[in-house]
Write a protein of this length. Structure first.
Length: 167
């Protein structure tokens, strides 16, 4: 049995064979990587003809209901459990030579909404865990963040907690 390169989950024979096309990733991690690419580049990633089967999992990521409300007027078929994730956003500082070069060229630094980006990446990981538990919605979402020391040097930890359910 093979293991996923990203999450180290054990895969069966069929999924191990499919993982050869996905750079050693299980289907969930492969789709998570595609969604991550979509978040970063703001456009759909390229899809080869052999990877059309991952579209159903990709659509699960896109269509998953996530809400902070505890009492939703939904028919809940089952609870899959509490799902948690933490994401550490660390600022990328360019080398000093690049910073000086940008100043000399009068090129402004790119402003990144780091909190929104870190919440999106944490949400992506939370949805991946929910799909592994076969949940198709997350209710009671709680978002917490913690600033580590000096925010520009150490970054932020975003923590998400929710309940995975089947509707």
């Amino acid at each position: 049995m093979g293991k996923c390169r990203d999450c180290s989950i054990s895969m069966g024979y069929a999924e191990s064979q499919a993982a050869l096309n996905y750079n050693g990733l299980c289907i969930t991690c492969h789709v998570k990587e595609r969604v991550h690419t979509k978040i970063v580049t703001s456009k759909d990633p390229a899809l080869s003809s052999t990877q059309k089967s991952t579209e159903t999992v990709f659509n699960k990521f896109q269509d998953m209901l996530v809400t902070t409300e505890n009492t939703v007027n939904l028919r809940i078929k089952g609870r899959c459990g509490v799902i948690t994730t933490d994401f550490h956003y660390k600022f990328k500082t360019p080398p000093i030579t690049r910073r000086i070069w940008n100043i000399l060229r009068a090129k402004p630094e790119k402003k990144v909404d780091f909190l929104q980006e870190s919440i999106e990446f944490a949400m992506l990981e939370l949805k991946a865990k929910a799909i592994r538990l076969e949940a198709n919605a997350i209710v009671g979402l709680s978002v917490d963040y913690l600033v580590l020391g000096d925010i520009k040097k150490n970054g932020v930890i975003v923590s998400l907690i929710g309940t995975g359910i089947k509707i």
